[in-house]
Design a protein around this ligand. Sequence first.
Ligand code: 13P
Ligand code: SF4
Length: 325
Amino acid sequence: MPTVTIDTDALYQRVDSVIPRIEWATMEDDIAAIWRLKEERNAVILAHNYQTPEIFHGVADIVGDSLALAREAERADADVIVLAGVHFMAETAKLLNPEKTVLVPDLRAGCSLAESITAADVRQLKADNPGVPVVTYVNTSAAVKAESDICCTSGNAKAVIESLGTDRVIMIPDEHLAANIARDCGVEVITWPGRCEVHDRFTAADIEQVRRDHEGVLVMAHPECPPDVVAASDMAGSTAQMLAHVAQQRPKRVALITECSMSDNIAAEIRDVEMIRPCNLCPHMKRNSLANIRAALEGMQHEVRIDPEVADRARTAVDRMLAIA
Ligand code: 13P
Ligand code: SF4
């Protein structure tokens, strides 16, 4: 059996500005084991931008926003995919790789948006609004995607809606994302009262306070935030769009109105930008740890399975999204 020896000191240099050495010492055993197990299982770890720095910079092979993780899952050259994110992301990876084993470290890593709507709710919306296309945020179950015409992420929602060439859409389940995108696209949107429990907590007053406390700060908000929060920000974008903007523009100081690990992961990598952290934690994203990623690879647990008939219909909606540049 080939064995990988991983230089954890070299890995530590990636995160030494955000993880104290004494804390890293408690992580090294799991990190070395995970690298060995990835080799043994021919596995890759896909990690969302909200994963903690020791996962994001220490063991992940591919990192990104929901759109990038879906695209990369499709290309993954491995037998096993461990999705360090939340359940809907792992389901999307499985839809695109029905023949591969997709594992999640903790089956309880859900999402308040995905939990807000069922397939029966979508069928009712369609019955109430015949002929109106259904655009479904990827933060949903495969069963909900299966009832939809096309999926979108926060990174491509505008392009997806514009591709439909219609002035009326059903956009579910995030009412804030729908309102933010409706304003950008000038279309009428029928939505659903789902909210992200993390982004819904930010207020426009939080942003005013950040601006008062940190002169010249660039404020970027995730479009799952309420519309008045997005309006009070300098720009809005998906997690990957925020990261790309900071990497390219190198603003002096930035406040990311989103989940906390985003700022930590950027701060580890881009050290000449001051990150202000008025953040909220996502309890679902935070269910992943080095210990349960290691356990997932050791025990080949917890496998994501989707009913094949549901998967076929859900895949069509995801594929239509991925076909849009
Ligand atoms: P992104 O697609 O922007 O990474 O967002 C995913 C998510 O869950 C945000 O809360
Ligand atoms: Fe869901 Fe919000 Fe957590 Fe993203 S941050 S996974 S939208 S609860």
